[in-house]
Design a protein around this ligand. Structure first.
Ligand code: FHN
Length: 429
């Protein structure tokens, strides 16, 4: 895994597409029949991108503290945001926007010094050759349960059509990977309707890497990806390996006018700290409006997050997994050498913070954003018997930042934790 990705910590996800015109759910709205396919596609006529300014987006992402971003080049609806010669279904050919949104985005993101990520849905519910076979080649006993956008309704598979579809995906991906300069990250989605063999893996992956050997691919690639992508539900146990948590700011990926169910900035920062504590990245989604502008509520969250990151930068990009939450409840991170522990404080303590099981002597405790030194005390334990006491770090509301406060503990060496269940002290002083 590329070092830049592990250190990036924050990425911005962008679900931009024709679904923002009526504010319906991206692709799923026609798939599940809450709107007809025809009415869904009529949104092409209303997609103007009239205020789309890729540099403004990139500037906002940069201010958010993100180090990369990922734009939907094509969602499950098959509508490309780029100029593709393999299909007419694109906003370039079929909408008043008439622009290669992906190309403008990639150029601007690169200019801003961020890594370039591109989302691509492997499945395509519009392509005539897509719904030609069944998952695992298995014809279901009850054909009435089959969704015709995914598989044939009549029980007959057409493997030649499927091969044509695979070639179509490869052709579009070749365009993405070779027409716009270097793409750093391919974020696949929609692999679940076919298995690895059906997707032509592992050869498919070799093909993609032939365009750029440093290319990172997420795990939605039938088991052949480079990192995990838990979605919407934040992990409570640390996922194994490299991971990135993707989440919306309200409840929708794309822009939906009626969705006012927003998370607060405080909640987003809390979630971000949880990702940092467990060594993961957060990929925070925005859903721009059809004209390309970003809802001020989403913009405010990105700017607020950036402000918080800048005030606490030391505990962000260079950080490593912290100590488990049974040692310190709000989550924490360590410096790379393990000698500095940063504690996240989400709420306002009445008296003190409490760290358990820490065997190190703490040389100094300070509030990261203000530099204020904090008084500490250790109660209980028997260090001469290998049993640490509880470390109390005295701070109250007045020491706190407006959002999550970070407390920096300088240790006497690399962190050492007690993992016992308590013991009798056999030698007292
Ligand atoms: O079906 C999509 C959904 O619309 C959205 O794009 C998310 C983002 O991770 N991915 C899929 C569901 O996993």
């Amino acid at each position: 895994m590329q070092d830049w990705f592990k250190k990036a910590k924050l990425g911005i996800f962008i679900h931009y597409g024709i679904y923002a015109v009526k504010g319906v759910s991206e692709s799923w709205s026609f798939y599940h029949g809450s709107i007809s396919y025809e009415d869904y596609m009529k949104q092409l006529d209303g997609f103007t991108a009239s205020k789309f300014d890729a540099d403004k987006w990139a500037d906002l992402f940069k201010k958010s503290g993100a180090r990369y971003s990922v734009l939907t080049s094509k969602h499950h609806d098959g509508v490309a945001l780029f100029d593709t010669k393999y299909s007419d279904l694109s906003v370039v050919k079929k909408s008043p926007a008439g622009r290669d949104i992906l190309g403008e985005y990639i150029a601007a993101v690169r200019r801003a010094g961020l890594k370039v990520g591109v989302y691509y849905s492997l499945l395509d519910w519009s392509h005539p050759d897509y719904a030609s076979v069944y998952p695992d080649w298995r014809v279901p006993e009850d054909l009435s349960t089959v969704n015709g956008y995914s598989s044939p309704k009549d029980g007959t598979q057409d493997k030649e059509a499927w091969q044509r579809f695979l070639q179509f995906d490869r052709n579009q991906l070749k365009e993405i990977l070779s027409n716009y300069g270097k793409v750093d990250l391919l974020w696949f989605d929609g692999d679940w309707e076919r298995n690895a063999e059906q997707w032509g893996l592992p050869e498919f992956k070799d093909y993609l890497k032939s365009f750029n050997e440093d290319l990172i691919i997420n795990n939605r690639f039938a088991g052949y990806g480079d990192y995990l992508t838990p979605e919407q539900g934040i992990p409570v146990n640390r996922p194994k390996g490299v991971w990135e948590f993707c989440t919306t700011i309200n409840s929708s990926w794309g822009y939906q006018h009626r969705d006012n169910h927003y998370k607060s900035l405080r909640q987003i920062i809390h979630m971000f700290c949880d990702c940092l504590s467990m060594g993961g990245n957060m990929l925070l989604d925005i859903g721009p409006m059809e004209d390309g502008t970003v809802d001020p509520r989403q913009e405010a969250v990105l700017l607020g997050l950036g402000e918080w990151i800048r005030a606490n930068e030391e505990a962000v990009y260079e950080s490593a997994v912290g100590i488990p939450v049974n040692y310190y409840g709000d989550g924490s991170v360590l410096s790379e050498d393990g000698q500095t522990l940063y504690l996240f404080v989400h709420n306002r303590p009445a008296e003190a913070l409490c760290v358990k099981g820490l065997r190190n002597r703490v040389k100094r405790a300070t509030i990261l954003h203000s530099g204020k030194e904090l008084r500490m005390d250790v109660h209980g334990g028997a260090p001469w018997n290998g049993i640490p006491g509880i470390l109390w770090i005295y701070m109250t509301e007045k020491d706190c930042a407006e959002m999550t406060t970070v407390v920096k503990l300088e240790l006497d060496g690399p962190v050492r934790l007690y993992d016992g269940g308590g013991a009798v002290i056999t030698d007292n002083q």
